[in-house]
Design a protein around this ligand. Structure first.
Ligand SMILES: *[C@@H]1O[C@H](CO)[C@@H](O)[C@H](O)[C@H]1NC(C)=O
Ligand SMILES: *[C@@H]1O[C@H](CO)[C@@H](O)[C@H](O)[C@H]1NC(C)=O
Ligand SMILES: *[C@@H]1O[C@H](CO)[C@@H](O)[C@H](O)[C@H]1NC(C)=O
Ligand SMILES: *[C@@H]1O[C@H](CO)[C@@H](O)[C@H](O)[C@H]1NC(C)=O
Length: 941
C-alpha cells in the first residue's frame, strides 16, 4: 500500500445543450444599446440564458446556484431581470453586470408568476405554495404576503393607477387585493375550472381571462373611486397596534361596501379560441393592443384590441350601414321605422388577427410591439427550440414571417449516448434524431448530422468518423469532415444497446436485444461514386446467447469479453474461442452498465437494482456490493489508468467510487432529472454527462484534493442546513394566520444573521464588563491602571466601539432578511438591544434602520416588553428621543422632496413633459404612512 491515495475533486464547469428550459417562460429583454426584440431570456436549468436571436448566439448567462429557474420577468426599464426558482427564492440580476445583488426569500416552493409594477419599484410574486408576496425593490424588503388562494398562482398583475393587485390561480378564482389594506376585497367566481392566465386591456377597464376551455372571458371593470371623495361619516373603531391613524382613511369598512367603493366587475362576454383545450399561456404586449394565446399544440392565435377611437370609427361606420339598410327597407316597405340601433359588441373590440403555426408544440409565448406597427413574437417550443416571428398588425389578415429559429445549440430529444474523441478535444452527443460533435473547450457545435434513434456510439480510431448503434438495430457511419452519413448497416434484428471498440483498434463488437453479440472489422473500400477510399465495416463472427444483450465490454488485454444479459447475469467469454469462462450472479435486476479496469483485474457492474458490485475478473468473486443510487444505475466507467470509477443514476446524481477501498469519494450534483449517460475523456480530466433535463454538463478534474472525512462532514452539514431551512416558519406572537403575513421566511441566512447579532451582543456585554471592572479597579488602585485591551475583533474592524460594532453587524444583515432575523433572535437579548437603540437614536446613527428594528421588536415582543419593569425607563427615553430624531429626518426629507419638486418643475417647464410625476407622488405617500405608523406606536408605548 504505502502511500495513501489522493483523490482529486471534479467540479462543475459548464452547462450546455439547453436552448430553452421548459419549466420557465420566455421573455424579451433589452441589452445595453441593443435593439428591441433582438434578445430573449429563457431558463436553462439553474441558469438563465440570454440569446441574441438574430445571430443565434448565447450572449449572457445569469448564473444560478442549485435550484431550477421557474419564472423570469424583465424590469420595465430593461436593466434588471427578476428570476424565480424552484425553491421559492427570487433573485434580481442586473443585465449590465449579469450579477445578482438582491435576493428575496419568502415562498416555500416554486415561483409560478412574477410581475413588476409600472415604475419597477415593486415586484409581485406568486408561487405554487399559493401565496402572493409583494416586494419593495428599492428598499430590498418584503412588503406583505397575501394569502387566500387555494392552489398555484398563475398570474398576478399590478394596476397602474390604483394601488390594487389582481391575481389568478388554479383554484378557479380571480382575486382583487387592495394594497393599502392588504385585503382581498373581491373574489371573482365566474370560472368553473383553473384560471391559467389573464391580461388587462383598454386602460385597465377590461380583464381577459383564459381557463380550461376555448372561451376567453372578458370582464368590464369600472372603478368607483370618485365616490370615495364624497366622504362618509367616519366609523370609530378600536385601534390596535400598528393600525393606521384614521385621519383620511375609511378603508376599514365592511367588505361589501369596500368592494362597491373600489370597483365593480361584470362579465362582458367571451371570445372563442379555435383550440379546444386549455389555455397554456396568454400574453399581451405592453400596450395591451395585441393578445397572444395558445393551448397544448403548435398553433398560436393572435387578436388585436381596438382602441377607443378605432372602436368609435367602426361603430359610426356600422351605424351608417345600418341606417342605409333601414332606409332601403323603409322605402321597400313604405312605412316609418324606428332609428336603427347598433350595439357595441365584444367582437367589435377584440378581433382575430392571425394564427401562427410553429414547428412543434408551444410552451410559452412573449410578444413585443415595435415601431411601425410591427409585432414581434417569441415562442419557446416543447422540443428545446426557440422561434421568433414578426408581422405587421396594421394590415388586413397579415401573415407572420419566421425571423429566427434557434436549434443549433442543443438536441430536440434526450441525449442517450456520449463519446470523447481520442485526443480529448471533441465530444459526440446523439439523441433521437441528431448527432452533434462539440468542441470541448469552446462548447460550440462543430457538426450536426441527422441520424436514427441512437443508443450507443464511438469515435473510430483517428477521430475522423463516428459510428452509432440505433434503436432499430442499425449501425450508422458518419464522416466528420464532410458531415455526411457514409453508410447505414442493418446489423441486428433488435435494439443495438452497446458498442465496444476492440483493444487492437481494428474493429468493435455490438450487443443487441436480438440476443446476439456480433464482431465487426473496419475496412477501407473504394467508393464507386467518388472513386475514393471510404470506411465501411465487415461482420466477422457472431456469439449467440439465450437472452437479450444489454451491455458488452472487452477486457483491455483483449483476452476476455463481458456480456450483461436481461436475466440479470453477466457472462464472461474468451475472445478468441468464444468459450464460456465465468458467470457473475448476484444482481436482482439486469445490469445496465459495466466496465473493466485498465489492468484487467476488476469488473464493476451497475444495475437497475440500484447496486454496484465489484468483482475480481480472475475468479468472478464479488468483492463488494454497494448501494449506489436511489434509482437504476444507468452508466458506469472507470477513470482511465485508475481503480476509481464513476456511476450515473436515474436519481439525478453522478458519483465517484474507489473500487479498492469500496468507498464513495464524491457526488456530483447538478442535473435536475435522470442522468442517462456520461463519458470520461481518455486523459481523465473531463467528464460530460447528459440528462433528461436536456442539459449536457461538463465537469473538470481540479487540483483540489478530497479528504473523505471532510467530504462526508460537508454532506451532513448541507443536509442539516436544508432541514433547518425547511423548519417551521417563525410565527409572530399574537398574530393569527390571516390574509396578510410577513413576506420573508426563515432560511439558513436569517438564522445565521440572528446568530451574528447574538455574538455581537455577547461581545458588547463582555467589553462592558471589562470596562466596569477597570473602572472599579482604578477607583481603589493607587496607581493609574492601563485601560483594558479591546477585543481583537473590534481592532480588526478599525477599533470601533463595542456599541458601534453591534450596529455594524445589524447593518450588514440583508435588508430583505432583517425582520425574520430579529424574529429568530431570543428575547433575552432584546432588552440590551433596546438600550443600545436608545443610544444610537440619541447619536442620530442610522435612525431609519434603528426605527425599523425597534418597531418590529416592539410589535413582536409587545407583551414581554410592556410587562418588564426594568425596561420602563428605556422605553420612556426611546419615546422622547425617537420623536425628536424622526422629526429631524422628516424635515430633511421634506426639504429634499421640495428640492426634487422644484427640479421637476424646472425640467418640466424646460422639456415640456411630465416627469417623475408618479415617483414623487408615491414617495410622499409612503412617507406619510411611515410617519403615521411611528406615531401610533409611540403613543401606545
Ligand atoms: C422540433 O423542432 C424542429 C426544429 O426546430 C422541428 O423541425 C420538428 O418538427 C420538431 N419536432 C417535433 C417532434 O415536434
Ligand atoms: C413577410 O414576407 C413577405 C414575403 O417574403 C414580405 O413581403 C413581407 O413584407 C414580410 N412581412 C414582414 C412583416 O416582414
Ligand atoms: C476548439 O476551439 C479552439 C478555440 O477556438 C480551437 O483552437 C480548437 O482547434 C477547436 N477544436 C476542435 C476540435 O475543433
Ligand atoms: C432478422 O430476422 C429474420 C427472420 O426472423 C432473418 O431472416 C434475418 O436474417 C434476421 N436479420 C439479421 C440481420 O439478423
Amino acid at each position: 500500500m504505502g502511500l495513501t491515495k489522493q483523490y482529486l475533486r471534479y467540479a462543475a464547469s459548464a452547462v450546455f445543450g439547453v436552448i430553452g428550459g421548459q419549466k420557465a417562460n420566455i421573455a424579451y429583454v433589452t441589452l445595453r444599446g441593443g435593439e428591441r426584440g433582438r434578445y430573449v431570456a429563457v431558463a436553462a436549468c439553474e441558469h438563465v440564458f440570454i440569446w441574441d436571436v438574430r445571430k443565434g448566439e448565447k450572449v449572457l448567462i445569469l448564473k444560478g446556484q442549485k435550484h431550477e429557474v421557474t419564472f423570469l420577468c424583465a424590469s420595465p426599464d430593461g436593466v434588471h431581470v427578476a428570476v424565480g426558482y424552484e425553491d421559492g427564492a427570487v433573485r434580481i440580476f442586473s443585465l449590465l453586470s449579469s450579477e445578482s445583488s438582491v435576493s428575496f426569500n419568502g415562498h416555500k416552493t416554486a415561483v409560478s408568476a412574477m410581475r413588476y409594477d409600472a415604475l419597477g419599484a415593486r415586484l409581485v410574486t406568486g408561487s405554487r405554495d399559493t401565496d402572493v408576496i409583494v416586494w419593495d425593490i428599492i428598499n430590498e424588503s418584503g412588503l406583505y404576503r397575501l394569502r387566500g388562494h387555494k392552489d398555484v398562482i398563475t398570474e398576478a398583475l399590478f394596476l397602474k393607477d390604483q394601488n390594487l393587485l389582481v391575481t389568478s390561480s388554479k383554484d378557479s378564482f380571480v382575486k382583487w387585493w387592495d394594497l393599502d389594506t392588504q385585503h382581498c376585497f373581491k373574489t371573482m367566481v365566474g370560472h368553473r375550472s383553473e384560471v391559467w392566465g389573464m391580461v388587462l386591456l383598454n386602460q385597465e377597464n377590461r380583464l381577459l381571462t383564459g381557463s380550461a376551455d376555448s372561451e376567453l372571458r372578458a370582464w368590464d371593470i369600472s372603478y368607483l373611486q370618485e365616490e370615495k371623495a364624497v366622504g362618509e361619516p367616519k366609523v370609530k373603531k378600536e385601534k390596535t397596534l400598528l393600525d393606521d391613524d384614521d385621519e383620511e382613511d375609511n378603508e376599514e369598512e365592511a367588505d361589501e361596501s369596500l368592494e362597491e367603493r373600489i370597483l365593480s366587475c361584470k362579465k362582458a362576454g367571451s371570445i372563442l379560441r379555435e383550440a379546444r383545450d386549455r389555455v397554456v399561456s396568454l400574453a399581451a404586449d405592453a400596450k395591451g393592443r395585441v393578445i397572444a394565446c395558445h393551448g397544448n399544440d403548435a398553433v398560436l392565435e393572435l387578436f388585436t384590441v381596438l382602441s377607443e377611437e378605432e372602436l368609435q370609427k367602426t361603430m359610426t361606420k356600422k351605424l351608417k350601414k345600418a341606417k342605409k339598410k333601414a332606409a332601403k327597407t323603409q322605402k321597400d316597405a313604405g312605412e316609418e321605422a324606428a332609428e336603427p340601433v347598433v350595439e357595441r359588441m365584444l367582437k367589435d373590440e377584440i378581433l382575430k388577427l392571425t394564427k401562427i403555426k410553429a414547428s412543434a408544440k408551444i410552451r410559452w409565448v412573449d410578444c413585443l410591439s415595435c415601431a411601425g406597427g410591427e409585432l414581434k413574437v417569441a415562442l419557446l417550443l416543447q422540443n428545446n427550440t426557440i422561434e421568433t416571428y414578426s408581422l405587421k398588425t396594421s394590415g388586413r389578415a397579415p401573415a407572420a414571417n419566421k425571423t429566427a429559429r434557434l436549434t443549433l445549440g442543443g438536441h430536440r430529444t434526450d441525449v442517450r449516448t456520449l463519446a470523447f474523441s481520442s485526443d480529448n478535444l471533441a465530444v459526440l452527443s446523439a439523441s433521437g434524431d441528431t448527432v452533434k460533435v462539440w468542441n470541448r473547450s469552446t462548447l460550440q457545435v462543430i457538426r450536426t448530422m441527422a441520424c436514427d434513434y441512437a443508443l450507443c456510439s464511438l469515435f473510430v480510431p483517428g477521430d475522423r468518423q463516428v459510428i452509432l448503434g440505433t434503436k432499430s438495430g442499425k449501425l450508422q457511419i458518419f464522416e466528420l469532415a464532410s458531415g455526411s452519413l457514409l453508410e447505414t448497416v442493418a446489423a441486428h434484428n433488435g435494439s443495438l444497446w452497446s458498442l465496444c471498440l476492440a483493444p487492437d483498434q481494428r474493429g468493435f463488437i455490438t450487443g443487441s436485444a436480438d440476443q446476439t453479440v456480433k464482431f465487426w472489422e473496419f475496412e477501407l473500400i473504394k467508393d464507386q461514386a467518388t472513386d475514393q477510399k471510404r470506411l465501411t465495416v465487415k461482420h466477422t463472427r457472431t456469439l449467440q446467447l439465450e437472452e437479450d444483450v444489454l451491455c458488452v465490454k472487452f477486457s483491455p488485454d483483449h483476452r476476455l469479453l463481458a456480456v450483461s444479459l436481461l436475466d440479470s447475469t453477466v457472462k464472461v467469454f474468451y475472445t478468441d474461442s468464444l468459450k464460456f469462462f465465468l458467470s457473475l450472479y448476484g444482481h436482482k435486476l439486469p445490469v445496465l452498465c459495466l466496465d473493466i479496469s485498465h489492468d484487467n483485474t476488476l469488473i464493476a457492474t451497475g444495475s437497475a437494482d440500484r447496486n454496484v458490485k465489484i468483482w475480481g475478473l480472475d475468479f468472478g468473486d464479488c468483492h463488494r456490493s454497494m448501494f449506489a443510487h436511489d434509482d437504476s444505475v444507468m452508466f458506469l466507467q472507470f477513470v482511465p489508468k485508475t481503480h476509481l470509477f464513476f456511476t450515473a443514476g436515474k436519481d439525478k446524481k453522478i458519483k465517484q467510487w474507489d473500487a479498492d477501498k469500496f468507498v464513495l469519494i464524491q457526488t456530483l450534483e447538478g442535473h435536475h432529472r435522470e442522468v442517462w449517460c456520461f463519458t470520461i475523456s481518455p486523459n481523465g480530466d473531463h467528464i460530460v454527462s447528459a440528462s433528461h433535463d436536456k442539459s449536457l454538463r461538463l465537469w473538470e478534474r481540479t487540483r483540489e484534493p478530497i479528504i473523505l472525512e471532510e467530504e462526508r462532514e460537508m454532506e451532513r452539514e448541507a443536509e442539516f442546513e436544508e432541514s433547518m431551512a425547511k423548519g417551521d416558519d417563525p410565527v409572530v406572537p399574537g398574530e393569527t394566520e390571516g390574509e396578510a403575513a410577513p413576506a420573508a421566511k426563515k432560511t439558513i441566512d436569517t438564522v445565521k444573521a440572528a446568530e451574528r447579532i447574538m455574538e455581537a451582543l455577547e461581545l458588547y456585554k463582555e467589553e462592558n464588563r471589562k470596562l466596569e471592572e477597570h473602572k472599579y479597579a482604578s477607583m481603589t488602585a493607587v496607581n493609574k491602571l492601563p485601560p483594558p485591551k479591546p477585543n481583537p475583533i473590534l481592532v480588526a474592524f478599525g477599533n470601533v466601539s463595542p456599541s458601534r460594532y453591534v450596529l455594524d453587524v445589524i447593518k450588514k444583515v440583508r435588508s430583505s432578511e432583517l425582520e425574520v432575523s430579529l424574529l429568530v433572535l431570543p428575547f433575552p437579548y432584546v432588552p440590551q438591544l433596546l438600550t443600545l437603540f436608545n443610544s444610537y437614536i440619541q447619536q442620530g446613527l442610522e435612525v431609519e434602520l434603528v426605527c425599523r428594528c425597534l418597531f418590529f421588536l416592539l410589535k413582536i415582543h409587545f407583551g414581554l416588553i410592556s410587562g418588564n419593569q426594568m425596561l420602563l425607563s428605556v422605553i420612556d427615553e426611546l419615546r422622547t428621543n425617537t420623536v425628536s430624531k424622526v422629526q429631524e429626518i422628516r424635515d430633511v426629507m421634506g426639504f429634499n422632496s421640495a428640492a426634487l419638486q422644484f427640479l421637476q418643475r424646472e425640467i418640466e417647464s424646460k422639456e415640456d413633459v411630465m416627469f417623475f410625476a408618479d415617483a414623487t407622488g408615491q414617495l410622499a405617500k409612503r412617507k406619510r404612512k411611515r410617519r403615521k405608523r411611528e406615531r401610533a406606536i409611540l403613543t401606545i408605548a
